[in-house]
Design a protein around this ligand. Structure first.
Ligand SMILES: C[S@@+](CC[C@H](N)C(=O)[O-])C[C@H]1O[C@@H](n2cnc3c(N)ncnc32)[C@H](O)[C@@H]1O
Length: 355
């Protein structure tokens, strides 16, 4: 039975479900969820991420990891962790940059945190099994050495709940079944959290899963030492907006159109995520734009070197740089922030006024 039919049967049995439960089923249902069964990353798939735009993205993150290790006083053992590593492209580029520092390459132990079996197989094919350990959650990684964690486009996969401001005030948005037997948005009870005032039709989102992860990363970094870097498209300030989005074969479609077949995301609420990490004892940086972050890590210089080595690729490399940093492409939409242990200043980012 398709996931749409299973969800329709469940809703007829139990009543409308929250947007968060709908997202969880679409992404992680063991038999029909997108990541559990048919994740398709890259040009031939459903969506492109920064590591698929250019190798420079992962290489600069690798240099960031080495610089954090330097700032930590070059500990003899450090855990290099990627959460949500996709098909392993990012980590393979990170490793290439890390080879420039043989001491770091020797000190690091690579861990990948992945819930998707097909993607774990893709990571094994790209990276091999020898130099990698896998965990299904951050809690599976020991905290007896500092951690340097990277995560690109992970937070946007975490389920969000939505509420709509109506004449009767805030009502949680739910997924139900309409008179024609199709999935449709409907309104439920008053949401559990205080959303303050709203304008008619305004949509607000919140994500308990995102805040749980913020607390978990904050507690881990505070205990183990080190830093965790998160890059995602998202909000830098709390605010209204319906950001639930489905992508299939690089085209947007309605979030209820093809459950489990399309990728489903929502903008990451960076202030809520970082606030949860601070509550758990970590410090956080300010939120930067991806373009500013990559420029401060030296994407211009890396592009020059790459162009000198491959002059026939000059135009391609220039286009890739623009895609990653131009304000009207990924440069502003994507945000970057780090959660870090007290006393550390992660490179390329500004300290938070609230840290
Ligand atoms: C959009 S892909 C990003 C892949 C890669 N970071 C990149 O930039 O190409 C999202 C990744 O997060 C993983 N993921 C989704 N939900 C997760 C969760 N709750 N815990 C850990 N990984 C998760 C997916 O399986 C996938 O590897």
């Amino acid at each position: 039975m398709s996931l749409a039919d299973q969800l329709i049967a469940r809703i007829r049995r139990e009543g409308p479900i929250s947007v968060g439960d709908y997202m969880t089923a679409c992404l992680h249902d063991p038999d029909e969820g997108y990541y559990a069964t048919r994740p398709r990353l890259g040009a031939a798939g459903d969506f492109i991420t920064a590591p698929h735009v250019s190798q420079m993205f992962g290489e600069l993150l690798g240099l960031w990891a080495v610089a954090v290790w330097d700032a930590l006083g070059r500990p003899p053992r450090v855990r290099l962790v990627e959460m949500g590593p996709g098909d392993g492209t990012l980590m393979s580029d990170v490793w290439r940059a890390c080879r420039a520092s043989p001491a770091f390459a020797a000190a690091q132990e690579t861990w990948l945190v992945e819930t998707s079996e097909p993607l774990r197989a893709a990571q094994t094919a790209r990276l091999g099994e020898a130099g990698v350990q896998w965990a299904r959650a951050l809690a599976g990684i020991p905290v007896d050495a500092p951690i340097i964690l990277l995560a690109n486009e992970l937070l946007d996969c975490l389920p969000v709940h939505q509420a709509v401001f109506t004449k009767e005030g805030w009502r949680e948005r739910r997924v139900g079944v309409d008179a024609w037997g199709a999935l449709a948005f409907t309104l439920g009870e008053v949401p559990p959290n205080d959303l303050g005032d709203g304008a008619p039709g305004e949509v607000r989102e919140w994500s308990p899963a995102l805040e749980d992860l913020g607390r978990e990363v904050g507690a881990t970094v505070a205990k183990a030492g080190g830093a965790a870097l998160f890059i995602d498209y998202g909000r830098e300030a709390a605010g209204p907006g319906d950001t639930l989005q489905a992508l299939r074969r690089h085209a947007k479609e309605g979030p209820l159109d093809h459950p489990g077949v399309a990728d489903l995301t929502a903008h990451a609420d960076f202030p809520a995520f970082l606030g949860a990490a601070r509550q758990a004892g970590a410090h956080t940086t300010a939120i930067s734009a991806q373009g500013d972050f990559l420029r401060s890590l030296g994407i211009g210089l890396r592009a020059e070197r790459l162009t000198a080595a491959h002059p026939d690729q000059a135009a391609v490399i220039a286009r890739q740089v623009q895609r990653l940093i131009a304000p009207d492409q990924m440069g502003n939409l994507f945000k970057v922030a780090a959660i870090h242990a007290p006393g550390l200043t992660p490179p390329g980012l500004l300290p938070s006024e609230r840290a």
